[in-house]
Design a protein around this ligand. Structure first.
Ligand code: HEM
Length: 355
């Protein structure tokens, strides 16, 4: 066999390996996105505090008998939400809120298995370079942390008041988004260097917009956690005011940015408009498919935000609004990636090959 033929064969095998790893990660990223949607539904239907224990290994089965359901209901009725909000719940009513939280936790376990088993298989077969192993380990660690943070969030709603800490809710959403974004980044890195160009200007603007998006999402999550979307249900003004009264009700003034529902909603709207403006300007100045896609997604997300507020946080619309934020992030990561040259991405080629 000539060296040229041997080298082509090795290249072919490497491409097959990275395609298999990439396809697996695409499935994992789609599963994480679905998990984020399930999380929004769980929160919006007030289901998140229905399971008052955390049994990460043994708790994957639901109650299996009438007696077990009654025991589970009793535990719930002694929690703050059960005591203060759902006092009169019977088993059938309890099941309605139980199933979504159960599904949310079960799906987390399924993602864990769908990630860990192929990871071990690829590793044992020697299909992963040391750099790729390291990046996949980061995903595994972030996933484990996300489970623990989810429980820390639920635990904050089991002490005295029937709602979770809005800071922990925001942290839980942001870590989920970080996990998703990191996986998407790895998928793009494994995809080769086609359709990329050196454009550091666009790359820097995309980075700035990604940072602004993360801050906007944080204030979105605080709005959701404080249930601040159920007031000021008008647009473009807030209850008829461009600057609603009560913006600086709390003292010291900066506390309003985090704890005052009116101010938190105001900041979220303000950041969102700046973000949409920035993405649209980018799409107008740099006319490429990926920037047009980001511009279109920004407009869709703006419409979903407006619909969320006008509907007084309709469950379906607010869920779509949360998913839309993640899709907007995906389009901006893509803009950044396409503006990075193959030589900038040599790190990418290093991870795409086997050991
Ligand atoms: C265009 C950029 C926007 C982004 C990236 C964005 C992102 C988000 C995110 C991530 C959440 C948290 C969802 C959750 O934790 O369940 C959220 C919540 C919310 N957003 Fe936005 N948003 C945007 C625009 C808007 C606009 C323009 C409005 C209103 C005019 C708006 C109103 C709301 C409301 C009311 C909530 C709370 C919904 C709830 O309780 O579930 N958003 N947003």
């Amino acid at each position: 066999m000539t060296p040229a033929v041997a080298s082509r064969m090795v290249e072919g095998i490497m491409q097959t390996t990275s395609a298999a790893v990439r396809n697996w990660l695409i499935v994992v990223a789609a599963m994480i996105l679905l998990m984020i949607v399930l999380g929004a539904l769980t929160r919006l239907t007030e289901s998140g505090l229905s399971m008052v224990e955390w049994r990460p290994v043994t708790g994957w089965l639901p109650p299996m008998s009438d007696a077990a359901w009654h025991a589970e209901l009793q535990k719930y009725l002694s929690s703050p939400q059960g005591r203060l909000v759902d006092r009169g719940f019977d088993v059938d009513e309890f099941k309605q809120i139980f199933w979504l939280e159960y599904l949310h936790r079960l799906w987390g376990r399924v993602i864990g298995v769908a990630f860990a088993l192929p990871f071990a298989w690829f590793w044992l077969r020697g299909k992963l370079s040391p750099a790729l192993r390291l990046r996949l380990l980061v995903i595994l660690i972030l996933g484990g942390l996300q489970g623990a943070l989810g429980w820390a969030m639920v635990a904050s709603g089991l002490v005295d008041r029937p709602s979770v800490s809005h800071y922990r809710l925001a942290a839980h959403l942001l870590l989920a988004v970080a996990l998703y974004a990191y996986t998407v980044w790895l998928i793009l890195d494994l995809g080769g260097s086609s359709r990329r160009r050196a454009d550091s200007g666009t790359r820097r603007v995309a980075d700035g917009l990604i940072a602004l998006l993360v801050v906007t999402m944080t204030w979105g999550a605080l709005t959701a956690g404080l249930r601040a979307g159920t007031s000021h249900n008008t647009y473009p003004t807030m209850s008829g005011y461009w600057l609603p009264p009560g913006l600086f009700e709390l003292s010291p003034w900066w506390l309003n940015m985090f704890e005052n529902g009116t101010t938190v909603q105001f900041v979220h709207r303000l950041l969102a408009h700046l973000l949409v403006l920035g993405v649209l300007l980018l799409a107008l100045r740099v006319r490429r498919t990926e920037t047009a896609l980001a511009g279109a997604m920004a407009l869709l997300q703006l419409s979903l935000g407006i619909a969320t507020i006008l509907s007084g946080v309709n469950v379906g619309i607010a869920t779509a609004h949360q998913a839309g934020a993640v899709l907007l992030l995906t389009t901006l990561i893509n803009v950044h990636y396409r503006a990075t040259t193959a030589s900038d991405g040599s790190r990418a080629r290093a991870v795409a090959t086997w050991a």
